[in-house]
Design a protein around this ligand. Structure first.
Ligand SMILES: Cc1cc2nc3c(=O)[nH]c(=O)nc-3n(C[C@H](O)[C@H](O)[C@H](O)COP(=O)(O)O)c2cc1C
Length: 328
């Protein structure tokens, strides 16, 4: 039997499949099903800064409206914060009692403010690791790229002061100097980088004149962007890499491992085809390893990264050219 185990963020994973943060990882029933289907790790649904603020504001406007007691506002804010935290902490605790695979908590954040103290509670609740989903849309015309990027470092710095469990970041490629930024982020003490997050994107209904959303789920061809960057960065950054976005079958997992990923995260395929897809994907990886006589993931991980590939220029090529695209 092939050895599918891999190391990610200091954990020995029995195989490279981690179920990514989504509504699928928000209940204990699903978490048990995910482990039974053979996944090696789970990232819980994110706790959102916006969600916390929403609860604070809602409770304040419903319960005390315009009253003039600031201490009451403080109390309610604290109470609502505590409730959200409690629900999340309960899920972490129950997950740890019910399954033996690593459980990563997740926080969706854009600042280094009040939520930072949650990080410690998440650790105390038993989370094995913490994934920070950081995205600051560079849409403020008064903010420079340097200022936006500084926020990522500030968030990481603050979180690392509060926890000792391994921390990873889940980011996008919206950086002007992405390779340089990714490398510097990897030096901060984080243990993993998830490349890449996938966003809610707007569309326009041209008859109803309404802004709507595009596809919530990824398609397999979205694999190309993380594949390129992982191939280019895997030898350069100093933390582990989990590939994310567009991984819909075993072949996509193999490609990301060849590019140099240490693990992969999957979501959309499990929404569309169910958790049974996990063993199917693992069988595909194992079958391919047998054909190519690889006994372990280590035997081929990074074999097609930019450093080891026989045609590294293909990763850096962005404009079409007959030589690379095969089309005149
Ligand atoms: C319905 C849905 C909910 C999601 N919720 C979260 C979330 O709370 N936090 C997060 O970091 N990513 C979230 N994601 C993003 C996924 O974790 C993942 O990064 C993205 O879907 C790309 O992977 P995929 O191509 O396997 O779907 C969500 C995705 C979907 C489809």
């Amino acid at each position: 039997m092939s050895n599918l185990s891999t190391r990610y963020m200091g954990f020995n994973l029995k195989n490279p499949i981690i179920v990514g943060s989504s509504g699928l990882t928000n209940s204990i029933e699903n978490i048990i099903k995910i482990e039974r289907n053979g996944a090696a790790g789970i990232v819980l649904k994110s706790l959102f800064e916006e969600q916390i603020n929403y609860h604070i504001n809602k409770a304040y406007s419903q319960d005390i409206g315009n009253n003039a007691y600031p201490e009451a506002q403080d109390y309610i804010s604290e109470y609502t914060l505590q409730n959200d935290v409690d629900q999340y902490l309960k899920l972490i605790g129950e997950s740890k009692k019910s399954v033996s695979i690593p459980i990563f908590a997740s926080i969706n954040c854009v600042s280094a403010k009040e939520w930072i103290s949650f990080a410690r509670k998440i650790q105390d609740a038993g989370a094995d690791g913490l994934e920070l989903n950081i995205f600051i849309l560079p849409s403020d015309p008064d903010k420079t790229g340097i200022e936006n990027e500084a926020m990522y470092f500030e968030i990481i710095d603050e979180v690392l002061k509060h926890v000792s469990i391994p921390v990873s970041i889940k980011i996008s490629y919206y950086f002007s100097g992405f390779a340089n930024t990714a490398m510097k982020l990897s030096w901060t003490g984080i243990k993993g980088m998830v490349l890449f997050n996938r966003f809610f994107s707007p569309d326009i209904d041209i008859d109803k004149f309404k802004v709507t959303s595009t596809n919530v789920f990824s398609t397999p061809d979205e694999l190309a962007i993380p594949l390129r960057w992982i191939a280019m960065l895997s030898n350069r950054i100093e933390c582990d890499i989990a590939a994310s976005t567009g991984i819909h079958d075993g072949k996509a997992i193999i490609k990301q491992l060849l590019a140099g990923a240490d693990a992969v995260q999957v979501s959309s395929i499990l929404y569309s085809k169910g958790f049974e897809q996990i063993p199917i994907m693992l069988n595909e990886v194992e079958g391919w390893m047998k054909i190519h006589k690889f006994n372990s993931i280590e035997d081929f991980k990074g074999k097609m990264s930019i450093k080891k590939s026989l045609s590294p220029a293909a990763y850096e090529r962005v404009q079409f050219m007959k030589h690379f695209s095969g089309i005149e």
